[in-house]
Structures are given as structure tokens and as C-alpha cells.
Design a protein around this ligand. Structure first.
Ligand code: AKG
Length: 222
């Protein structure tokens, strides 16, 4: 129990300060069976979407067809854990299933929730995502990258966001991993998928969490 508390505390600190934390899949109730089911989705089921610059994605209509995503939806351990780490009330809003096979280009650095010229883009309050890495990822497989701490370093300016990864290159974290790791990250964080090379293989499941809509309904009776 002490170990669990210690681990959760470290995850809370990392998520607060760096905007991300790494966690064992088992801890979220994602076991070998879930992992295998995600990894076994056939390549033919995926589609090539231009905006993913070479990586394949499973269309939303097919995601509905696979029981494994429904099982994840019913897994309370994931919600308990993410609420504990972020201190927010959250619910699953979207699944993305991505597959990299061979060469792909890097995605641009981007945030998922941000503000430009008084316009709010993406979910507000910010989306929180869990990335489940279904297979081991090396540098050449096109790992996920973040600029640590950039969730609290935002001048709402696209030029600043282009400069930030260069200025803070020492704070770039590449998530290479052995199997069974998950990354929890704040949608305000600058992030991207790095380019991959010829023999690359990477399967990831990205789950989006958002605050419940209509959460505040205070009536003014005065
Ligand atoms: O596939 C990846 O690592 C990129 C994920 C990403 O950019 C996102 O979820 O917004």
C-alpha cells in the first residue's frame, strides 16, 4: 500500500510539473489480453489518412466494432487512476488507434487545447490523454515526444510554439519503451510523433478524457 501511495504521489508531481507521467499498463487495469487484442488488429483494417503523414489509423466506425474498446470503456480502474493523478473529474470521449509501419514523417509540434487570438481551440478545460504503447518502441519507430513543462509555458502564439522546442531542446522527452507502458499527458503540452525509418513498427492506442459537459449548473435565484 505504501508503494502504491508513493507511486501515485510521484505520478501526480510529474503530471503537475512536466505535464506528463509514465505508468505501467497493469496499473490501469490494461493486461496482456487487452494489449494483445489491440496489437492483433489487422493492418488491412487501418486507413492511410493524409494528416497523419504516413502513420495508419483505425477509422472510428471500425473502433466501434472491436470489443476491446468497449472493455476499456467499462474499466473503472483507468478512470480512478487518471482522476487521482490529475485531480479532475474526467470521462472518456474518444479512442484513436494508430499504427506506424515503415517510414513516416514527423508530425508538427502542436498542442491539443490552446488559445489563438481570443479563440479557444480544442477541448477547454484541456483534454487529458492516455497513450497505451502496445509494442516496444525504439527511436527509429517514430516515438511520441513532448516538450516537458510546456503546458504551463504558452504565450498563445504559434511562432513561440515553433521556437519553444528549439529553445527547450534539453526538455524534449522521447518515449521509447519496453512493452506495457502508458503515458498520461496534458493536452496543453507541446507534442508530436517523431519520424520513423524503414523497419519501424509502432502500435499505440490513444484515449482522450474530458471534463463532463454541463458540469456547472448554478442557478441564480437572487
Ligand atoms: O501518434 C502519436 O504519437 C501522436 C499523437 C498526437 O499527436 C496526439 O494524440 O495529439
Amino acid at each position: 500500500m505504501k508503494d502504491l501511495e508513493k507511486f501515485l504521489r510521484a505520478a501526480q508531481y510529474s503530471f503537475f510539473k512536466e505535464g506528463w507521467c509514465e505508468i505501467n499498463s497493469e496499473f490501469l487495469g490494461i493486461n496482456n489480453k487487452t494489449n494483445r487484442a489491440l496489437l492483433n488488429i489487422k493492418q488491412q483494417e487501418y486507413e492511410n489518412n493524409e494528416k497523419n503523414l504516413g502513420a495508419l489509423s483505425l477509422p472510428q466506425k471500425r473502433i466501434k466494432k472491436y470489443k476491446v474498446f468497449n472493455d476499456i470503456l467499462k474499466n473503472h480502474q483507468i478512470i480512478n487512476c487518471i482522476e487521482n493523478i490529475t485531480g479532475r473529474k474526467l470521462g472518456i470521449t474518444c479512442f484513436m488507434q494508430m499504427l506506424t509501419i515503415g517510414k513516416t514523417k514527423s508530425l508538427d509540434w502542436h498542442r491539443d487545447s490552446y488559445c489563438r487570438k481570443q479563440k479557444f481551440i480544442g477541448p477547454i478545460p484541456p483534454v487529458v490523454k492516455i497513450m497505451i504503447c502496445n509494442n516496444p518502441v525504439k527511436k527509429t519507430d517514430g516515438p511520441f515526444q513532448v516538450v516537458s513543462g510546456s503546458h504551463t509555458l504558452d504565450f498563445n502564439n504559434k511562432f513561440f510554439d515553433k521556437l519553444l522546442p528549439l529553445l527547450k531542446f534539453k526538455r524534449i522527452k522521447s518515449f521509447t519503451n519496453d512493452q506495457r507502458k502508458c503515458i498520461i499527458f496534458d493536452g496543453r503540452l507541446l507534442h508530436r510523433r517523431l519520424f520513423s525509418s524503414k523497419n519501424a513498427k509502432r502500435s499505440v492506442t490513444i484515449i482522450s478524457f474530458e471534463s463532463p459537459k454541463n458540469y456547472i449548473s448554478i442557478k441564480n435565484n437572487s
